[in-house]
Design a protein. Sequence first.
Length: 107
Amino acid sequence: MRDNLKQCPFCGDDRVKMDDDGWESIGQPARQWHVVCWGGCGARSGTYNSESEAVTTWNTRASDPMAEAMATHIEDIDRELNIFGFVSPTTLVNAKSTAKSFREATK
Ligand SMILES: [Zn+2]
């Protein structure tokens, strides 16, 4: 983890990194930045005109209560799959309910 980026709010992984649109090899400096989770979930922030803005926005999302709730649901699902080999209907219903609220809140 670099740039003081918080762990991924969706999967909890800390393999989170800054990416930009620059091409150092041909001398084109970066003008836009975004944050990507390399932990497998592939979450990606929006694109920002400064590195610090991308960091701030990512870290704000990381402490978003709804994102925290989704991360907890994913951990529950993962745990149940590992222990039982299936996910209980209650866990799925709770996760779907939070996901629906999340979509409505971010429209
Ligand atoms: Zn992730």
